[in-house]
Design a binder for this molecule. Structure first.
Ligand SMILES: Nc1ncnc2c1ncn2[C@@H]1O[C@H](COP(=O)(O)OP(=O)(O)OP(=O)(O)O)[C@@H](O)[C@H]1O
Ligand SMILES: [Mg+2]
Length: 258
């Protein structure tokens, strides 16, 4: 019964301590509905990357439960796409091959070679980097690498999409363009998404809810509803009253919790 009601990503009393005894994440409880998108902001060191890593299955241990549709999030049927904070690209593979390899590993039976090539080209084009296809990651700027990492995460059509400050290295104009592209891509393939950002505006522009992490690990994250802004046309959000109110609200929470 509960598995039906708990459709989506459910984080129950997650707590992470690294081997050196460092408490990285205190008590996190969170319900993210299937096909929902939540943004996370929080001070440096508050455990945002740790939270994503735990969900992505990259931590050797943690306390608590991580469920997707009532089953462990690490079950084979849940495909997780991660854009790590350091992009996570394979330096010895070209941009094209980074994406092709991820697709091959995650969906070995996913379409013909030609179909795959078309998809790779589409994802690169949507991120505005089709001309970088044959280049190697270390020859790219940080912002270009970020876009490759985002294209790769989308290309595997994940069930859960985790993004760790994916636009941090971009200039304002490129960043705003990519926020729109990101939302369009997400609407076309609405993975259950957690999006970490340092940018208050970005958190409001992209999330249905906004999770504000505390700096003190014993405190629980504050979760703000943002559906009013989320429902607007993207280009209208920034100038709306709701956006302004939400900015004030988040700043207030930040002053209390950071
Ligand atoms: N591999 C590790 N071993 C030990 N401690 C770690 C490790 N990775 C992170 N930590 C510690 O865990 C805490 C949370 O780190 P985390 O990287 O999750 O923070 P964050 O919120 O993502 O920060 P930032 O905004 O700077 O990216 C920090 O105190 C950090 O020093
Ligand atoms: Mg981080």
């Amino acid at each position: 019964m509960s598995s039906l009601r708990s459709s989506g990503l459910r984080i129950k009393e997650l707590q992470v301590e690294y081997k050196n005894g460092q408490l990285a994440l205190g008590q996190v409880n969170l319900d993210l509905p299937q096909h929902g998108i939540y943004t996370i902001i929080g001070p440096s060191g508050s455990g945002k990357s740790t939270l994503l890593r735990a969900i992505a299955g990259l931590l050797p241990g943690y306390q608590g439960e991580l469920l997707f549709n009532g089953k462990s999030v690490h079950d084979k049927e849940t495909l997780i796409g991660l854009v790590p904070q350091n992009y996570g690209l394979l330096p010895w593979k070209t941009v094209h091959d980074n994406i092709r390899m991820a697709m091959k590993i995650t969906r070995p039976a996913g379409g013909s070679k030609q179909e795959r090539e078309t998809q790779i080209h589409q994802w690169l084009t949507s991120m505005g980097i089709s001309e970088l296809s044959g280049r190697y990651p270390l020859s790219l700027s940080g912002g270009q690498q970020q876009r490759v990492a985002i294209a790769r995460a989308f290309a595997i059509l994940p069930t859960i999409l985790l993004l760790d400050e994916p636009f941090s290295a971009l200039d304002v104009i490129t960043r705003e363009a990519l926020q729109q592209i990101f939302l369009d891509n997400w609407l076309a393939h609405p993975a259950t998404t957690l999006f970490v950002t340092h940018d208050v505006e970005e958190a409001i522009l992209l999330g249905q809810k906004i999770i504000v992490m505390p700096s003190v690990k014993q405190e629980t994250p504050e979760i703000l509803d943002n559906t009013a802004v989320f429902a607007m046309k993207h280009e209208d959000k920034r100038d709306s009253n709701e956006f302004f109110e939400q900015t004030k609200q988040i700043r207030k929470v930040m002053q209390e919790k950071w």
